[in-house]
Design a protein around this ligand. Structure first.
Ligand SMILES: Cc1cc2nc3c(=O)[nH]c(=O)nc-3n(C[C@H](O)[C@H](O)[C@H](O)COP(=O)(O)OP(=O)(O)OC[C@H]3O[C@@H](n4cnc5c(N)ncnc54)[C@H](O)[C@@H]3O)c2cc1C
Length: 352
């Protein structure tokens, strides 16, 4: 069987749906400790723009327990409606429970698009939901558009190491699911004069925490947190040249000794060595610290975009021709392991 035939076979197992039965754009709005994640607000802004092109409305979906007035917030940022479920089983985030509730809501209301911020939770929930709804998902989009004729979502994301931009569509299935990293789109202004519809949904069959024997959350322990990259005055940035998660660990030690924080390039985030919210650059955070130290960072334009306003730029790279040196105030050519270990020793002795 050829690859094309195999593809055809996989697709035919998922029969096309009647697209006309599906209307509206949903944004899964993530509340953590009573605060909406910026990435969700940014998606409401984008959803508003897309909704205008296909004359539909924007609905925010909020899950949690004791949500109170928080459910109104998405309206202030551009949603037309909020559908919320307030239930003790949703007090703690448990992926299979949250996904199950979103799937039940989607089966009832039939939205044509569901957007998720590509946070830790969003990255986990979106594929869970997509699989349950037997539909496609495009993760980590950097742009979204919609075709007014077919109402197909144009999901744009870099691929092959960022060398090409893929335009991905879900032409025969609904809803269409996509996730977008925080800060790709701007946060819309908060307008408390906006009005919208608030719908409380009661879901009768929320799976119990232990019900499916999958995951039981015993407790939530907050890990040691360094300041976010956009807030720190000193940022040590790990590039692909550090080679592994252990390399990032070494740089984190350096960042702590300097009283700063750790960031990374896209390659480091894509490799899973660092959380996505620590990415610096065009599709990550824009930073302006007093001191930026780039270690094993080549200096690609998409990265430089996010750090070029730093006051003092230091680059450590084994390649004397690495482009990062063009932007650096101070450059050290060498293997980062030698250089960083020595810096750590110096700082430890200095602090004694
Ligand atoms: C649409 C789009 C958006 C993008 N957005 C971003 C973004 O937001 N942020 C971002 O960072 N990138 C972004 N990229 C990716 C960007 O183009 C580069 O691929 C990326 O920045 C390169 O990361 P890097 O410098 O870690 O890796 P590389 O380019 O692979 O560089 C690794 C460097 O490490 C050096 N090195 C290797 N071993 C050692 C050693 N032992 N000691 C010291 N140095 C060593 C090498 O000489 C090299 O210079 C984007 C790309 C696209 C297409």
């Amino acid at each position: 069987m050829s690859a094309a035939q195999a593809q055809q076979k996989i697709c035919s197992e998922w029969n096309p749906v009647n697209k006309n039965e599906y209307r509206g754009i949903w944004v899964y709005v993530e509340y953590v400790n009573g605060v909406i994640k910026d990435g969700s607000l940014q998606l409401i802004g984008k959803a508003r723009e897309l909704a205008g092109k296909i004359s539909t409305d924007v609905t925010a979906v909020v899950l949690g327990y004791n949500l109170g007035d928080a459910v109104k917030e998405p309206i202030y940022y551009g949603a037309d409606k909020v559908i919320y479920v307030d239930h003790p089983a949703l007090a703690k985030y448990v992926p299979h429970i949250y996904a199950n509730v979103i799937v039940q809501l989607a089966n009832k209301y039939k939205p044509e698009i569901i957007l998720f911020a590509a946070t830790k939770r969003g990255r986990e929930l979106a594929p869970y939901v997509a699989n349950s709804l037997r539909t496609g998902i495009t993760a980590d989009c950097t742009e979204l558009d919609v075709d007014p004729k077919t109402r197909d979502l144009d999901q744009v994301r870099p691929t092959y190491g960022g060398n090409i931009l893929a335009h991905i569509r879900t032409p025969t299935r609904r809803p269409q699911l996509a996730s977008v990293r925080p800060n790709v789109f701007p946060t819309p202004p908060r307008d408390t004069s906006r009005k919208g519809e608030i719908i409380e949904e009661t879901i009768n069959s929320i799976p119990s925490i232990n019900g499916q024997g999958l995951i039981e959350v015993k407790s939530v322990v907050k890990g040691e947190e360094l300041p976010p990259v956009e807030k720190a005055d000193i940022v040590v940035v790990a590039g692909r040249g550090v080679g592994s998660a252990d390399g990032v660990k070494l740089l984190t030690e350096l960042a702590k000794l300097l009283g700063g924080t750790i960031g990374g390039t896209k390659k480091v985030v894509d490799a899973g060595w660092l959380a996505a919210d620590r990415q610096v650059g065009q599709t990550g955070k824009t930073i302006r610290p007093t001191l930026y130290i780039g270690v094993g960072v080549s200096g690609a334009i998409q990265h430089v975009f996010g750090m070029k306003e730093s006051k003092i730029i230091v680059a450590i790279n084994s390649d004397p021709n690495a482009p990062i040196f063009q932007y650096a105030d101070y450059g050290i050519v060498g293997d980062y392991r030698d250089v960083v270990k020595e810096l750590i020793e110096l700082l430890k002795n200095y602090k004694k």
